[in-house]
Design a protein around this ligand. Structure first.
Ligand code: UD1
Ligand code: MG
Length: 476
């Protein structure tokens, strides 16, 4: 399975040995989207990012050429951190044309592997299988294929004979005759080419077809005609080559990928109840004996330690959670850090920059942003804590609010170890409450409170005995 795959590949000596070209210039008309196809996400990452990740285990990033065109700048920005090269195809006149445009960049490479930017399930192991088969058969072109139940929409493989590895042609859906529609072996759009042979022949492609495009698939018949060896190898898992041309295909791939992620995590000792209701991104890491309840989302680069429990309806994104952490129902954690043994929720909202200390508690309807909450400190009910540094062993009473914003700037609240903040207090920042101090309930604190002091920031209660009775009697 690709998800636990760690393939160490020995790079062949000689930097011009193998290049990988990833076709990613198309618009993706069938998705009916403003976003270019390869930037649509499955498993929480753009399609293209998945393909680059698989390719980067086969060749160094400098030998990966992403062919961009439609919204090219958007596409290159989205994956620039991978350190790959870009080739611009403008206008986009088909998959064959994409490779024509890349001629200058790719010439000199002995072997060229072509991947499709819209087929994100491709694995490193399968690329290596394709590469190995190609070498073994001393082929000019090797096509990765698969047998599928519903081949509609894909190019079909016409083998020389049923058992032969050799291929006569690839026929696109629109050009199939009745007999050929029965063929279940499909073209993945993923190939290995002998670099020299590809570029010696590519100008022979014509755009004489339904879309007036240069199809890379026509290379199979073209090379065959000049007696070059064209072979096909089947992927072990047909899912791996599925493309995402429509919204329905896209969500199908997403579902498949997420189920595989759940499977990987369960294999590693994580319990996921009703995994089909959970949305867990590809790069998420969770340690053993952690339990994920139904309807949980764990997104981005989140890491969760061992022996945690994530209760239903919680959403955790790009966060780090230690061991033995309990996240109760309906909590949202976004770019937060939670140390071992902490208790979050139900219905807490930890916004970016929240650092919750060991064994600390953040409870019902508490919102935090850019804060440090020290070891064993508690903010259990109905509170907003923003831009604050809170020490250890602090009790934040229900309804406490750090007033961190003056309409222009944000200010900090500093609370020392062992402070007790009574319920319904407003702490007007910048303000400091030093260690061991008490803040009386319902106080509005505008001045610093020294160590071990009691601060009362409210007016005294006035009680008028019999006042209501008098009023009532007057009326009557
Ligand atoms: C292609 C194959 C088909 C195969 C299928 C597998 C062709 C003609 N057909 O069809 O046999 O079964 O993939 O998924 O190749 N692209 C460019 N420049 C272009 C056109 C496309 O870079 O001018 C890119 C697209 O962004 C995409 C990839 O090439 O990532 C494949 O193009 P797409 O339009 O999806 O081809 P399919 O119709 O899926
Ligand atoms: Mg496609």
């Amino acid at each position: 399975m690709r998800y636990s795959l760690k393939v160490m590949v020995k790079m062949p000596s000689g930097s011009k040995h193998t290049a990988i070209a990833i076709m990613a210039a198309g618009k993706g008309t069938r998705l009916k989207s403003k976003l270019p196809k390869v930037l649509h996400e499955v498993g929480g990452k753009p399609l293209l990012a998945h393909v680059i990740a698989a390719a980067a285990q086969v060749v160094p990033a400098k030998d990966i050429y992403v062919i961009i065109g439609h919204e090219g700048e958007k596409v290159s920005n989205a994956v620039a951190s991978a350190g790959v090269q870009f080739v611009v195809q403008e206008p986009q006149r088909g998959t064959g044309h994409a490779l024509m445009v890349a001629h200058k960049s790719l010439e000199g490479y002995e072997q060229i592997i072509v991947l499709s930017g819209d087929a994100p399930l491709i694995t490193t192991a399968t690329i290596l299988k394709l590469q190995g088969f190609h070498r073994e058969h001393k082929a000019a072109m090797t096509i990765l294929t698969a047998e599928v139940e519903n081949p509609f929409g894909y190019g079909r493989i016409i083998r020389k004979s049923v058992k032969s590895p050799e291929v006569k042609a690839i026929v696109e859906q629109k050009a199939l005759n009745k007999q050929q529609t029965k063929i279940k072996e499909i073209n993945s759009g993923i190939y290995a080419f002998d670099g020299k042979v590809l570029y010696a022949n590519i100008d022979g492609l014509s755009a004489d077809n339904a879309h007036r495009e240069y199809y890379l698939t026509d290379m199979a018949a073209l090379l065959g005609k000049s007696k070059k060896r064209v072979v096909a190898v089947k992927a072990d898992d047909p899912h791996e080559i599925l493309g995402s041309n429509t919204r329905a295909e896209l969500v199908e791939l997403d579902r498949f990928m997420r189920m595989a992620t759940c499977q990987r995590l369960m294999n590693d000792g994580v319990t996921i109840f009703y995994p089909e209701t959970c949305v867990i991104d590809n790069d998420v890491q969770i340690d053993s004996d952690t339990v994920i309840e139904p309807f949980v989302q764990i997104l981005g680069k989140t890491k969760i330690g061992e022996d945690c429990r994530i209760r239903s309806y919680s959403i955790i994104r790009n966060s780090h959670i230690g061991d033995r952490v309990m996240v109760r129902y309906g909590s949202i954690l976004d770019e937060a850090t939670v140390a071992d043994g902490a208790l979050i929720g139900p219905y807490s909202h930890l916004r970016p920059g929240s650092e919750i200390g060991e064994n600390a508690h953040v409870g019902n309807f508490v919102e935090t942003k850019k804060i440090k909450l020290g070891k064993g400190s508690k903010a259990n009910h109905l509170t907003y804590l923003g831009d604050a540094e809170i020490g250890s062993g602090v009790n934040i009473g229900a309804g406490t609010i750090t007033c961190n914003y003056d309409g222009v700037n944000k200010h900090k609240t500093i609370i020392g170890d062992g402070v007790f903040v009574g319920s319904d207090s407003t702490l007007v920042a910048p303000v400091k409450i030093e260690k061991g101090a008490y803040v009386a309930a319902a106080s509005c604190i505008t001045d610093d409170v020294p160590e071990d002091a009691l601060a009362l920031g409210r007016s005294r209660q006035i009680t008028k005995p019999g006042w209501v009775k008098e009023k009532r009697e007057k009326k009557g």
